[in-house]
Each structure stands twice: as structure tokens, then as C-alpha cells.
Design a protein around this ligand. Sequence first.
Ligand code: KG4
Ligand code: ZN
Length: 338
Amino acid sequence: MLLLSIESSCDDSSLALTEIESRKLILHKKISQEAQHARYGGVVPELASRLHAVDLPRLLESAQPHFDEISAVAVTNEPGLAVTLNEGVMMAKAFAAFQGVPLIPVHHLKGHIYSLFIEKPTRLPMLVVLISGGHTMVLRVQGLEDMEILATSMDDSVGESYDKVAKMMGLGYPGGPIVEALAREGDPTGFKLPVPLRNSPLIAFSLSGLKNAVRLTIEKLGGPEAMSEEDRRDLAAAFQRTTIDHLKQKIRKILAREPIPDVALVGGASANLAIRSAFEALCADYGKRLHTAPLEFCADNAAMIGRYGIDALEAGLSCDPQEIRVSANRKLQAGMKL
Ligand code: KG4
Ligand code: ZN
């Protein structure tokens, strides 16, 4: 039997079919809206929702040969953009009600954590560093419903700050891969940027000050058009180096005190190879093992939603299709459970 999963929390329409018993991925499709949002320099919620309304039914059609084998549906219902979450939830709800199968609401961030277990057995507990476009946090994950936030960003997330830096330099969207590619060619010592919260005992993240420092540097250089290729590369490299130093400085304190030996890096920005290799070294310092998801499952996708959905189904966490609610954003803070 198969589980159908649907993801539409932001600008990716995605659908997957996973074999429940073996956790094998049977079908995985994703239509990214990046190109449509690129000219606005970021995601436009109403446009995203209209595109989901067209793309999700197309994706569902591709699963039609398997409809009879589907015995459960999982869908992202929080957090994200309310108007886009609604598109996926409406389709999942209609399908589950019509087929008479259980519906499983999935927290998007729990989905990112379960990207680690796609086509694999679940392996917990883990200390998880989640870096995406919407969130930056460290969690102690001990079970499906036992995920405690240990530290979080006070302002921008890692992915968001890459996107903003790319925008300020007049580059495209999403900024993560663009800034990473530029940084690879640059000299991180070319510009001096302040490491956020360096002298603070707080175990938290803050990236808006760093973003402002990048903005001031660009202004001093005469604006994005006046910057040379070398300036761009060096500034991207300095920004990336400073971001990594900040993450490492704070996460070090958590690794030193938490006995769990397995550490994971997940979320869209975990596709960044410089961040990955910095974390490999950091974990090695503390005798911990680093786990990451395959690159194709770092960014938003329905496979991770399905993988969480299967464990949730087996734990009896489904709901009445009429009862499912969309919850766009609630403030997530250290000490809270996901
Ligand atoms: O997890 P995700 O697909 O969506 C959210 O749940 O937010 O993450 C998207 C974010 C974007 O901000 C994107 O710029 C960032 O992940 N990202 C990266 C890289 N690839 C994607 N950030 C840094 N380096 C990358 N290579
Ligand atoms: Zn995401």
C-alpha cells in the first residue's frame, strides 16, 4: 500500500508516493516556481498560490495509475504561507475524504527532519540543525512528537540572509546557490564583517546585523552596479565565512553539553557544501557523527512529508479530513516543542 504526500508551503508544488511497509519512494515530482518569482526578487504569495492551483492537480494526475493502492494521505499544514498551504490541504482533504483513507497533517519542519530517513529506517535521537529559508534552529529530536527547540534565530534565517545578500548585490533569486558559487571563487578576508553575537553568552542566532553590514559595504563601494566581479566574489565569501563562524560558535556550545552522538544538518540551506564541510569538521571536534539528506531532498519536497507521514500513520496520528486546519506561522522559540 502507498502513502500519497503533498507539499505546498511556499514556492514548490510537490507530490510523492511512498510504499508504506518498505519506505520506498515510488514516485516523486516537484514543480518549482523559482523562475516565476525571480523577477520579483522573492516569493509573491498570491502568485505562488495561483501556480499551485494549476500545478498540484497536474501532479496528482501523474499518480493516477496508483490511486487504488493509496491507503493514506499526508500533507503539509504548517508553517508556511497560508494561501499556498491551503492549496495542498484542500487537495489532500478532498482526496482523503473521497477515497475514505486517513489524512495526516505534517509540520513542514518535521518533514525537513525526516528528509534524513527517506528510503531509510528512522534513526533517533539526533541533534538537528535546521537551516532553511523560513527557519534557523537547533533541535533535540527524540521522537515523532518529541522535538525540542534548543536555539533559534532572533531575526533572519540562514536561507533568507543568502537571498537578501544576493538581492542587494543585484543577483538572482533564490540567492543561496548563487552566493555559494560566488563565495567559492572569492577571498573571505577581502572584507571584514562582524560575527553576530560574538561576545554574547546567548545561544541564539541573529543574521540581520550581518545583512546590514553587507548593505553598508555595498553602499561604500558605490552600489551594486559599481562593484567589480572581484568585489562581489570577496563579499560573498566574507558573508559566507562570517555566517559559518557564527553558526559554529553557537552550535559548539550545544554540542559540548548534549550527549547525543548523532548530529544532522537539514533544510534548503543544508545543500551548501561550504556549510556542510564546516559542520563535518565541527562534529569531528566533539566526536559526533554528521548526517545529511541527499542534495535533492534538502529543499522543499513531498518525499520528506511522506516519510514523516508514514511514521505518523503508524503512530496513529491521522485526523478526520474535515478537521484539518492550516496554521501559517506561530512564533517558535527555544524551549518550545515543534
Ligand atoms: O527548505 P527550503 O527549500 O524552504 C523553506 O522551508 O524555507 O529552503 C529554501 C532556502 C532559500 O532561502 C535558499 O536560498 C536557501 O534555502 N538555499 C541555500 C542554498 N540552496 C538553497 N542557502 C545557502 N546555500 C545554498 N547552496
Ligand atoms: Zn522548507
